[in-house]
Ligand binder design. Structure first.
Ligand code: GTP
Ligand code: MG
Length: 304
């Protein structure tokens, strides 16, 4: 039997453990508000593996009636069957959205075309006399930490214009990046919701690394990931850890992962701290297979 530090399975969850809202996020939110008037549209970046919960209700309120395009990034890591369901749900909601893998340049071109169309449609709606197209597009990029905001900007810029890392809180201040004479992008620091509604949501956001491991620890999200993939039984998960079957307990899986990844201490005991780190790294780089956390709400439930 593996001796975990974690609570016994089934113990009441502590969702407060996931709440991470350092002072710089309140400041970042204020600065987003201040800049709203200077941009044509807001590009809200989410993670395609967590389509609803990687949004932020507080940002929704801040944006008010400003045009918004929801970009669900990292679609290359998301389960295609679930994405089809989410696409249907987002379409039903009526807000503009697009699923992309930001390392795929052609899909990023579509983002700018769509953003321009949204801005133009709104301009004409407000003033039907307008016939010309506004040349310059100023776009503010917002979203939870680590969703890929700065990466997207670098992709547009074709160079390392902003700092990028698989680490929440990388961008600390706003930065304008001029792509060409017709396109300017504003990078902003990631902002978390001040309250995580459910412990499960905190788990998802820790797994995708929107919340730093130092806040929650590595054990809880790593074990959540193992449970998820034991159920999903993806071939990648089984192959990565040389598992013959996924019909085993979490403890048995951890033992086998330790063996497969060479994390064995003296007397053959698994080095769990290293095992947890490997699981998080493997998951975040897509080595365990595609996933999606959560299902679209029933009609009339929470909106975008
Ligand atoms: N697989 C995959 N990884 C991506 C994609 N987009 C971004 N990433 C990775 O996600 C990590 C975070 O990217 P950043 O651009 O720094 O994220 P951010 O939203 O600017 O993060 P903060 O500045 O901390 O708020 C990096 O390791 C990127 O390489 C994508 O479409 N697919
Ligand atoms: Mg950033």
């Amino acid at each position: 039997m593996i001796n975990h530090n974690r609570k016994e399975e089934g113990a009441p969850p502590d969702k407060a453990a996931f709440n991470w809202y350092p002072g710089h996020m309140a400041k970042a939110l204020r600065e987003i508000k201040e800049k709203l008037k200077t941009v044509d549209i807001v590009l809200e970046i989410r993670d395609a593996r967590v389509p609803l919960v990687s949004g932020n209700k507080v940002l929704d309120v801040t944006l008010g009636s400003k045009s918004r395009l929801i970009l669900l990034n990292k679609v290359n890591l998301a389960d295609p069957e679930m994405i089809a369901k989410w696409e249907a749900w987002f379409t039903e909601q009526g807000n503009p959205f697009i699923f992309v893998n930001c390392f795929d340049k052609p899909s990023l071109k579509k983002v700018i075309t769509l953003a321009r169309k949204i801005v133009e449609d709104k301009r004409r709606e407000c003033n039907p006399e307008i016939t010309d197209q506004k040349a310059k597009l100023r776009l503010m990029i917002i979203g939870l930490p680590n969703t890929g905001k700065s990466t997207i900007i670098n992709q547009f810029a074709n160079k390392k214009a902003t700092k990028v890392a698989d680490k929440p809180g990388q961008t600390q201040m706003q930065q304008w990046i001029t792509i060409d004479k017709d396109l300017e992008l504003l990078d902003t620091p990631g902002v978390m919701p001040p309250n995580i509604e459910k412990e499960e949501h905190g788990m998802w956001l820790s797994a995708i690394h929107a919340i730093p491991d130092a806040i929650v620890g590595e054990e809880t999200p790593a074990i959540f990931i193992v449970k998820y993939f034991l159920k999903a039984k993806t071939p990648e998960f089984l192959a990565r850890y040389k598992l013959d079957s996924a019909d085993i307990s979490v403890d048995e899986a951890l033992q086998q992962i330790a063996k497969a990844r060479g994390c064995i201490k003296q007397k053959g005991l698994p080095d769990l701290d290293r095992v947890y780190k490997h699981i998080l790294l493997d998951f975040r780089s897509g080595e365990l297979g595609k996933c999606c956390f959560g299902v679209p709400p029933k009609p009339a439930a929470r909106k975008i």
